[in-house]
Write a protein that binds this ligand. Structure first.
Ligand code: 2E6
Ligand code: F3S
Length: 319
């Protein structure tokens, strides 16, 4: 890092995005308004610490709507749900609050519109991820999952006159997705592009920031949970961009001191579902081991915010 010893390069932007902020606040406001328990379908965001903190405050996380007592309050997670899940909640007369990120909803709306217009949809994403399941559920008969470069070979042949468009999960690696899309265009020359990027601003910004510091560090520590797609992508991007090693940790205590052997500069970043306190703990942990010089490298400034679901917004004061 510098002539004088060991240090940390801290990526910015990192951590909470606007969609995660809104989702966590939705649950907190629901607890205030309705009292515990509030039910949440799946993890509100893919972060162990966030889930544990909310569980301690009276949130009950369930896998499916049929585990929720009739009439109870249920929050849909930031990753979105299929129409079938909405219908199931309606039939159980649950009071639902939708914490789906608006940028995920945007992809759902694209899927609905293209399906209505007679397209088949090639959905680039990771099989089994909740966001992918939700988006696929908008038009299951005409949506084909493309999971990785090899996923392109697994697709069927389509007739020449079959309209095709690709869409994607919001949290993919930008570079890997471009490779997949290039391969899709080679196989289906008449494939159309979506009207706008589906990989969201937060995913893209965090990857750009990691790329800026990766060539300068021997070790990159990414704070995030194993099931967090955007966090995992940061580890891959760091390695691709030149970091000698990169690891994903939920907590500072998971850093193995052997990783630090011979390392003079550590890069630190965090996924979009990670509270800043966890990054602070990592920075403190590293400082205790001599990495006292901390430099923040900022590649973008984020100002975007999303309004809470309507029923949780503060009442407007009549004048
Ligand atoms: C919703 C949609 C996208 O695993 P993934 O990266 O999708 O999710 P989180 O919860 O780690 O990140 C936020 C998020 C929520 N990203
Ligand atoms: Fe939304 Fe992107 Fe965050 S899709 S929840 S803004 S990572």
């Amino acid at each position: 890092m510098t002539e004088s010893g060991k240090g940390v390069l801290l990526a910015a932007p990192r951590g909470y995005c606007a969609g995660v902020d809104r989702a966590v606040e939705t649950v907190e406001k629901a607890l205030e308004k309705y009292g515990a328990p509030v039910y949440v379908r799946k993890e509100i965001v893919h972060n162990k610490y966030v889930v544990k903190t909310l569980r301690d405050r009276g949130v009950i996380f369930v896998d499916e709507t049929d585990e929720v007592p009739e009439g109870a309050n249920l929050v849909f997670s930031a990753h979105g749900v299929s129409p079938a899940v909405r219908e199931s909640a309606r039939s159980l007369q649950l009071n639902t609050l939708d914490a789906t990120c608006p940028l995920v909803t945007k992809v759902h709306n694209e899927a609905k519109r293209f399906a209505r217009d007679g397209y088949h949809i090639l959905l680039v994403g990771h099989g089994g991820h909740e966001e992918v399941e939700g988006t696929q559920g908008e038009a299951p008969e005409v949506t084909h999952l493309v999971d990785g470069l090899d996923g392109v070979n697994a697709l069927p042949d389509f007739p020449q006159d079959q309209k095709l468009v690709w869409l994607s999960q919001t949290t993919l690696s930008v570079d890997e997705t471009m490779q997949i899309v290039n391969k899709l265009h080679e196989r289906y020359p008449h494939l159309e592009n979506p009207p706008s990027d589906d990989i969201c601003y937060a995913t893209q910004n965090r990857q750009v920031a990691v790329k800026a510091i990766a060539p300068k560090v021997e070790l990159m520590v990414v704070v995030g949970s194993r099931n967090s797609s955007n966090s995992r992508r940061l580890v891959e991007v760091a390695l691709e961009a030149g970091a000698d090693a990169a690891y994903l940790v939920d907590y500072a205590r998971q850093i193995d001191d052997e990783w630090l052997a011979g390392v003079s500069t550590v890069g630190v970043t965090s996924g979009a579902s990670v509270p800043e306190i966890l990054v602070r703990e990592v920075v403190d942990y590293l400082a205790e081991r001599g990495y006292t010089r901390v430099e923040e490298v900022t590649t973008a400034t984020e100002t975007i915010t999303f309004a809470l679901p309507r029923t949780l917004r503060p009442a407007r004061v009549e004048r």
